[in-house]
Design a binder for this molecule. Structure first.
Ligand code: ATP
Ligand code: MN
Length: 465
């Protein structure tokens, strides 16, 4: 037991008459004419701050009040009292006030309320002290717990796949290279091919773009598994939905077909949103009020209604008949742009959509080929305001077709010998998908920009902190 109490506890269960010791950061100070002051104290344990009444009789009152302001850290000992004011059940009347650290009002960046998110991104070390980022951190945490709960309660094994890898799962060349070679010396030897056998791993290595291929090996032995880890993509896309470093949850299930996969993905998304609605009511009420009006209704709508399911081909027909002037034309065989995805889920169906059976030419080599020879058993889950939040598929379990698809995608099957052996020895139908954590935080909070959905965003030209 600590000698102090977190503010969230006091606001929830604190009984008038109880003596407490509270510690936190001052959000605001209001001095009153009658020789006393109100402090709004926050310690991150709840959205709401604690009102502390400090009267002139508290030792050192005058001196403290001269210096104390927004951002200062303090310790207060006092008594919980019923609050006569609106907006809080209880408050604390201080008996002692100790200052840990002052925050100079001339330079403290979070002095006033209502900073832009762009500004706060440059203060990523202090932004968790703001309402929005405190709420974001608590919602993100609740989501992570809900994700583990969902899989753990269904008997899935949490497996850790490597962060450094030599197989580029998406085959799209978005790998951040990992090397101990002396790049400056190599640059001086221009024109010569790099000898990766001299590199740390003896061949070209990079940061993982997906743990899927390795997760498949465990699914093809243990049945139901999932990964939950950092994922890296050196894609130079400056959008509000892409990060260079993000967290992905990738369940992989033996003996699942695409339909089983869709059922799991749908109940997964609905279940974690439901959990967060239950666990973070104050934070979500804030997002609903200040960030995205209608957010709570839209989340309840997702939880309570079935997702719409249709094929990519059907989706393309709807888009072509929509009469909308899209920036990018819609044509069968091309990947859908975010504007197309959003039209389907936001405007046409007004709820999440699962699109299946994409053209094989635009999807990864490991997706199971359909009989038509033109499409694969892929699925994308599309949600309002974001577009794609999940990408998945039934995996190709037939070795000959898999090899053919690798060649078609410009990959060397020899590099994937272990992945092919899963098909050579006791192959089984299986399926899985990947959910982006930050896009899920975006969905649940209504935050516009994915850079505000992770503590320290990494994007092109930006890795400060
Ligand atoms: P998109 O087409 O939107 O760029 P993708 O098809 O490249 O995404 P997948 O490879 O299917 O993405 O990855 C699975 C999930 O991981 C996506 O549905 C998304 O939620 C998330 N994700 C993918 N790339 C990023 C990224 N750069 N930043 C944040 N999340 C991402
Ligand atoms: Mn995808």
């Amino acid at each position: 037991m600590t000698p102090f109490t977190r503010i969230g506890r006091i606001l929830k269960d604190g009984q008038p008459g109880t003596q407490v010791d509270v510690r936190g950061w001052v959000r605001t100070k209001r001095e009153s004419k009658g020789g006393f002051a109100f402090l709004e104290l926050n310690d991150g344990s709840s959205f709401a701050s604690l009102q502390v009444v400090v009267d002139g009789g508290v030792p050192g009152y005058a001196e403290s009040m001269k210096h104390l302001g927004t951002g200062a850290s303090v310790r207060i000992e006092g008594e919980i009292k019923e609050s006569p004011g609106k907006g809080q059940r209880v408050e604390v009347h201080a008996k002692t006030l100790e200052i840990y650290g002052l925050a100079d009002p001339a330079t403290y960046p979070l002095q006033k309320k209502g900073h832009s998110f762009e500004f706060l991104r440059e203060k990523a070390h202090l932004r968790p002290r703001s309402n929005t980022f405190g709420a974001m951190a608590r919602v993100r945490n609740a989501l992570c717990a809900a994700i583990h709960d969902f899989y753990q309660s269904r008997g899935f094994l949490y497996v850790q796949t490597p962060i450094i890898t030599t197989s580029d799962c998406e085959g799209a060349g978005q790998l951040f290279q990992v090397t101990t070679l002396d790049l400056a010396r190599l640059a001086a030897k221009q024109g010569e091919a790099v000898d990766f056998s001299q590199d740390f791993f003896g061949k070209k290595a990079g940061l993982t773009v997906s743990g899927q291929l390795e997760a498949e090996t465990y699914a093809c032995a243990l049945g139901d598994v999932y990964t939950f880890g950092p994922t890296f993509r050196a894609e130079n896309s400056n959008t509000t939905r892409h990060l260079a470093e993000f967290w992905m949850i990738e369940p992989e299930m033996a003996f699942y077909d695409l339909n089983d996969n869709m059922n799991l993905a749908e109940s997964f998304v609905r279940s974690i949103i439901k959990d967060v609605l239950a666990k973070c009511p104050d934070d979500l009420a804030f997002f609903n009020e200040r960030i995205e009006p209608g957010l709570l209704d839209s989340l309840h709508h997702i939880v309570e209604n079935d997702f719409v399911r249709l094929t990519y081909t059907e989706g393309v027909e709807i888009l072509q008949k929509s009469g909308k002037a899209f920036e990018y034309p819609v044509e069968w065989g091309h990947d859908l742009q975010s504007e197309h995805e959003r039209y389907l889920t936001e405007e046409h169906f007004k709820q999440p959509v699962i699109l299946t059976d994409y053209p094989r030419a635009i999807k990864s080599f490991y997706m199971r080929c359909n009989e038509d020879g033109k499409t694969v058993r892929a699925m994308d889950v599309l949600v309002p305001r974001i577009g794609e939040i999940i990408g998945g598929s039934q995996r190709e379990e037939r070795p000959d077709i898999l090899v053919e698809r690798m060649r078609e995608s410009g990959l060397n099957p020899d590099d994937y010998w272990w992945y092919l052996e899963l098909r050579q020895y006791g192959t089984v139908p299986h399926a899985g998908f990947g959910l982006g954590l930050e896009r899920t935080v975006q969905l649940v909070t209504g935050m516009q920009n994915i850079r505000d959905c992770i503590p320290f965003p990494r994007t092109p030209k930006n890795a400060e902190f």
